[in-house]
Write a protein that binds this ligand. Sequence first.
Ligand SMILES: [Zn+2]
Length: 93
Amino acid sequence: MAPKDESRNGNDRDPAEHRQDGGDSNSSRQCHRRHCDEPAQFVVLERYQEETGKGAVEAEAALCQDHTDEESPANLDGAYDDYVFYVEPISNG
Ligand SMILES: [Zn+2]
C-alpha cells in the first residue's frame, strides 16, 4: 500500500468510495479477502517500518472470524519501536 500523500493540490478526497450499491455503509463491512462474502468481524492492523526508509506503514484489513484466525504478523522484518500488530473486534451495533 502506498503511503498517504495529502500534499498534492486539487481534490483532497477520492470520490470513488462514495456508495456503491446503496446499502448503508456504516454498519456492515465485508471481509477484505477476495472470494469471501462473510461479514467482517475484526480489524487487523499491522504497523511497521518500510525497508525503503519512507517511514511507518499501516496495513489495515477488516476480516471475518475465520480469516482473522489465519492472520499473523507478516512484517516482523520491519519491526521497530512503535511496531504494532493488533486485532480489534468490530462492534456491529
Ligand atoms: Zn473472510
